[in-house]
Design a protein around this ligand. Structure first.
Ligand code: SAH
Length: 209
């Protein structure tokens, strides 16, 4: 069986995530193109893949689940914090209008930007820097996804840059176990919070004031 078809059917059969939109987006993206050459053989495995600089590209199911939690309909402007390989951004590019993505490791940002450009994902915009401060120029966003594990609190600026009614999905919590969490920004300035189980992530790098 084709590796991409097998990966997608695992997400559906093993993990029970049956979202035709998300799975058909993932069927279209060559995941192997986003990993360093020496990891190409394991690009489609059911696990994270090392992308250098101590960072990893998330497991296929995690990418699928986080994307699913955003409930994209095709017209959204999405902000991603933690570009990494660029794979998650490519998946989002199929389901949203514009994708803005920020990566703190400059070399990874440049690498991802080149791969995304070469593959023709023209609605993905990469920036090098810390996502802690958001990306104000293109705000407000319909959805924000943080693909690194936050230890304490979601940076306030990210909520500020989220539209009313918009959602922010992030793994968050002390230590190794992070809780996948979806925040919805409500009209009265409050947020509604939902939790979706334990995941493991590389840490979100945060500057303390
Ligand atoms: N979405 C990525 C997963 C990358 S892992 C993919 O599809 O491959 C998380 C990434 O978040 C790492 O590359 C890490 O360098 C980056 N990161 C951590 N803290 C960050 C911050 N404050 N701002 C931007 N990127 C950050």
């Amino acid at each position: 069986m084709d590796k991409r078809v097998k990966m997608v059917s695992e997400i559906k059969e093993v993990y029970g995530l049956d979202s035709s939109e998300v799975l058909s987006a993932m069927l279209q993206i060559p995941r192997d193109a986003f990993v360093p050459k020496k990891e190409r053989g394991i690009a489609y495995q059911d696990g994270p893949v090392s992308i250098g600089y101590g960072q990893t590209m998330s497991q296929p199911y995690t990418v699928a689940f986080m994307t699913y939690l955003l409930s994209l309909k095709g017209r959204e402007r999405v902000l991603e914090i933690g570009t990494g390989s660029g794979y998650q951004a490519a998946v989002l590019s199929k389901l949203a209008k514009e994708v803005y993505t920020i990566e703190i490791v400059d070399k990874l940002a440049k690498r991802a930007e080149k791969i995304l450009g070469d593959l023709g994902y023209l609605n993905v915009h990469v920036r090098s820097g810390s996502g802690q401060w958001g990306w104000q120029e293109h705000a407000p966003y319909d959805a924000i996804i943080v693909t690194a594990g936050i230890e304490d609190e979601v940076p306030e600026e990210l909520f500020r840059e989220l539209k009313e009614g918009g959602v922010l999905v992030t793994p968050i919590g002390k230590g190794y176990n992070k809780v996948m969490t979806r925040y919805k920004k409500l009209k009265n300035g409050k947020t509604k919070k939902e939790k979706f189980g334990i995941f493991h992530f590389v840490p979100f790098v945060e500057e303390k004031n």
